[in-house]
Ligand binder design. Sequence first.
Ligand SMILES: *Cc1c(COP(=O)(O)O)cnc(C)c1O
Length: 355
Amino acid sequence: MEIRFEEAKQLKEKPDQKNLGFGKYMTDYMFVMDWTVKDGWKDARITPYAPLSLDPACVTLHYAQETFEGMKAYRTKEGKIQLFRPQMNAERMIRSNERLCMPAFPVDMFVQAVKELVKVEREWVPSEEGTSLYIRPFMFATENALGVHMATSYKFMVICCPVGAYYAEGINPVKILVENELVRAVLGGTGFTKCGGNYAGSILGQVKAEKMGCAQALWLDGVHRKYVEEVGTMNIMFKIDGEIYTAPIEGTVLAGVTRDSILHILKDWGYKIHETHLAIDDLMKAGHDGSLEEAFGTGTAAVISPVGELVYQDDAVKVNDFKIGKLTQKLYDYLTGIQWGNVEDKYGWTMDIDS
Ligand SMILES: *Cc1c(COP(=O)(O)O)cnc(C)c1O
């Protein structure tokens, strides 16, 4: 794929690396490519980051035909810049698009687009401990018409922003509200895709959780509201009696790249893994009788987020005394070690953008 480059007249001032936050500072450039029924994918370009002009009848604004991905570029101590399993994001986006009747963006083109944009923006990849360049590929329908149907034109884009250390003050466990009323996904729906609509529908759960002094909502299955599925933007795992439990990937839960990586590592470390429907009642019981040893969320942004307390209806249970568990910490150190190039990458998961 040939990528046209359009130079920016002026570059932005880089923000203070100690104060990046998340998703606040966009870089100088973006990747754009268009799809039409007639021509397929065409005109790959890296152009100055700028607002888009959309027709008010653009179908995406009405029917949310939109999918996205989330990944990072990491700067190693030697100054190399590496991606983490980018093909998995590309493949997941193809599955999301298939469900939303959107055209596939081929894996090799996806990886090339991300690599080339990060190469152009290499100065934006921060070097402070724990920081990275967050990469947001996304696609949406650009047809202007108010009918609900498969659109005849789409845009694929990639934007990036430097992000701060998720745990600026050290890893702190969080309190999680088990949502027993609202649901996020059902079998046959779009739960397994990263589409904007899923998140629009989940914000009320997040608002409720925050009102209760919790950081996130834990979603139960959409039919019985009985089995544990996942947290807002993270998969979730539990260590009960020395064994690992997490929801299976069957159509409602997002197949996280971090989830897959952690399960690989845990298998190699000899842990027994149950990808199964864990009932919330059994989980709370395990919390009360002490067999629930650790709980943690997994996702690209935080990598691993320890759960310190679960609140369910009028019951609450602390996990590991609201302290980060031994295994949780070990997994965090090992996986972030691979991502930032401080631990040997024996799985071949990292990709040097210059290789
Ligand atoms: C993105 C996301 C995850 C985590 O996926 P990663 O690939 O590990 O970042 C988990 N659950 C939901 C709902 C998500 O949107």
